[in-house]
Design a protein around this ligand. Structure first.
Ligand code: NDP
Length: 297
């Protein structure tokens, strides 16, 4: 009788940042969950608050499923190299980082000889979506592997979709975030020009939101973060600039043509350089405000 894959009994989560903290908390409602974080105190606090278990990397390596959510594929690669000798055949590594497709393919190839499957499974929806379990999860990798771990992804995701082979999840995520950046900056440009013409910004935004030019940025970001100058730390500008850079590299890899995506990536990099990496990404509108000599209030 051919043996099926081993059942999933334990999970381990690497990286308890703005996203990883609520994602690991939801995962722990489903099955026993080990947590590891570079700053170890965060793992201890997570265990106390959410019923997870703070673990060493040696313990993490023994889990049936390992999930990671780190800034970039480079940090994931560093941990993967450390864990590689101890990983168990039949286990699955799910990387929820907004990573690089080239790294996903390399990491899948690195793990395969150890009998470990890899899925790239980046997410969209922010820390609030993670808390509510309503993230969108875009998965690259084998369908059969996704079906084995689908309940884990559905513990924090409302929509979990396979979008293609290894690396496809990261590629889709990079396009998504570049579109978000494009919408944010172009809306800031539009509103700045409207303000210079003497239009009233709040009703202008309201009517855009009832019209065909609306977007997630117009509906969720301007009234809550920009008009009131909150720019509350949620999703770092440096991470968004990184994602747009990945989208641009993907375009170049396939010899595509995408001047709007390229321009967006360049502008987000410029905003990151002038404003800093750690501010919330919505603060990028300040660059547009400076160009136009107006404040979007
Ligand atoms: P945060 O900056 O909040 O957290 C980063 C995490 O990575 C922390 O746990 C940090 O540990 C850890 N880390 C950083 N460097 C290393 C390293 N060299 N080795 C090991 N661990 C490291 O990031 P987010 O949670 O916001 O983002 C994580 C990923 O999710 C990113 O790829 C981002 O693009 C993506 N994402 C973010 C969203 C958001 O709204 N924030 C939404 C969707 C996707 P320590 O605590 O020690 O600093």
């Amino acid at each position: 009788m051919p043996q099926g894959p081993p059942p999933v009994r334990t999970a381990a989560f690497l990286g308890l940042g703005a996203m990883g903290t609520p994602m690991a908390a939801r995962l722990a409602r489903l099955l026993p969950t080990l947590v590891w974080n570079r700053t170890a105190g965060k793992a201890e606090r997570h265990a106390a608050e959410y019923g997870t278990q703070a673990a060493t990397l040696a313990q993490v390596a023994q889990a049936d499923v390992i999930l990671s959510c780190l800034p970039t594929s480079a940090e994931v690669g560093g941990l993967m190299a450390a864990l590689l000798p101890d990983l168990r055949p039949g286990s699955v590594w799910i990387d929820c980082t907004s990573g690089h497709p080239v790294s996903a393919r390399a990491q899948a190839a690195l793990l395969a000889p150890c009998g470990v499957a890899f899925l790239d499974a980046p997410v969209s929806g922010g820390p609030l979506g993670a808390q509510a379990g309503t993230l969108a999860v875009m998965v690259g990798g084998e369908e059969e592997v996704l079906e084995r771990v689908r309940p884990l992804l559905e513990s924090f995701g409302r929509v979990v979709l396979r979008v293609g082979p290894s690396g496809s999840g990261f590629a889709v995520k990079a396009v998504n975030n570049t579109l978000m950046g494009l919408h944010l900056l172009s809306l800031a440009e539009g509103l700045a020009s409207l303000k210079l013409q003497g239009a009233l910004l709040e009703p202008a935004l309201d009517i855009l939101n009832a019209s065909s030019g609306r977007s997630f940025s117009s509906e969720a970001k301007f009234s809550q973060q920009v008009f009131n100058r909150r720019f509350a730390a949620n999703f770092a500008l440096g991470l968004l600039a990184k994602d747009a850079g990945i989208a641009l590299e993907n375009v170049q890899d396939v010899k595509g043509s995408a001047p709007l995506l390229a321009h967006t990536a360049m502008l987000l990099r410029a905003a990151q350089h002038s404003l800093g990496s750690d501010l919330d990404h919505t603060a990028a509108v300040r660059m547009v405000e400076d160009w136009n000599g107006v404040e979007l209030t």
